[in-house]
Ligand binder design. Structure first.
Ligand code: ZN
Ligand code: ZN
Length: 254
């Protein structure tokens, strides 16, 4: 797994060959997957691992530091938005890529797309977890913040949490495209005979009943439309979040 990820932290790019950096395997998401399967693990450095695993205690922080924490968190979150948009566009192209691979009997484009699907999915899932961990840290600072900052901080946190849930929804819908193609949404192995779990990596197979038409085929058009609508929702929430971040920043730097 470390070699697959070029021996670098997939969040901050810290180099594992550097003596001060220790690499660790971070398990992604809801993992019903076998602990050891590489498709559900991602390489992170010790520092990022600590961010992901620590349970923040309510505490206070100087306004300057809080400002930096908020700014860095929204920075990671906006980078994640564009990665998730790229993941969505990749996922929605999969049905055509699969179909043309069958038509011309060449798998080169398909292999590339599958590879990109796997690593983009891991990267965006990791980034979402990092943002969640940072938002938890910010939430733990709320009760000790200045009273006038508290309500702005709460408004910021609400919008950021809304954005997180739209973004997770887009990833989930993108994964549903893979399931709709009878592939595992994690490792992309072919799924035959409607298994409950992927025979290759053990991940629970995503439910697709909501997306089936009367004859049982998957309604990709409706799925793609929902992906676009959810991305649109995320972009509206981003505008709200930007406004609230600015209000908060003004108070913290006043
Ligand atoms: Zn790192
Ligand atoms: Zn799998």
């Amino acid at each position: 797994m470390f070699d697959r990820d070029d021996r670098r932290c997939r969040h901050c790019a810290a180099d594992g060959d550097d003596e001060s950096v220790t690499l660790r395997a971070y398990p992604l998401g809801d993992e019903s997957a076998n602990d050891a399967h590489e498709s559900s693990l991602v390489t992170v450095c010790d520092d990022c691992y600590a961010t992901l695993e620590s349970v923040p205690e309510p505490t206070s922080m100087a306004n300057d530091d809080l400002f930096r924490l908020v700014r860095d968190t929204t920075g990671v979150q906006s980078a994640t938005i564009s990665d998730i948009a790229a993941f969505a566009s990749l996922a929605t192209s999969l049905p055509d890529t699969l179909a043309s691979a069958v038509d011309d009997g060449t798998d080169v484009d398909l292999d590339e797309s599958i590879d990109e699907y796997r690593h983009t999915r891991r990267d965006v899932s990791l980034a979402l977890d990092i943002v969640d961990a940072r938002l938890e840290r910010i939430a733990a600072l709320e009760s000790a913040a200045d009273p006038d900052v508290q309500s702005s901080l709460a408004a910021f946190s609400d919008a950021a949490a809304d954005l997180q849930s739209s973004l997770r929804r887009v990833v989930e819908l993108g994964e549903t495209v893979a399931t709709g193609l009878d592939r595992c949404h994690g490792c992309f192995a072919a799924l035959e005979d409607d298994p409950d779990a992927c025979p290759t990596c053990g991940l629970a197979v995503r439910e697709t009943a909501d997306w089936r038409t009367d004859d049982g085929t998957l309604a990709f058009d409706r799925l793609f439309e929902t992906i676009n609508e959810t991305l649109q929702e995320a972009s509206t929430t981003t505008e709200t979040l930007t406004d609230r971040t600015m209000t908060l920043a003004e108070q913290l730097t006043a």
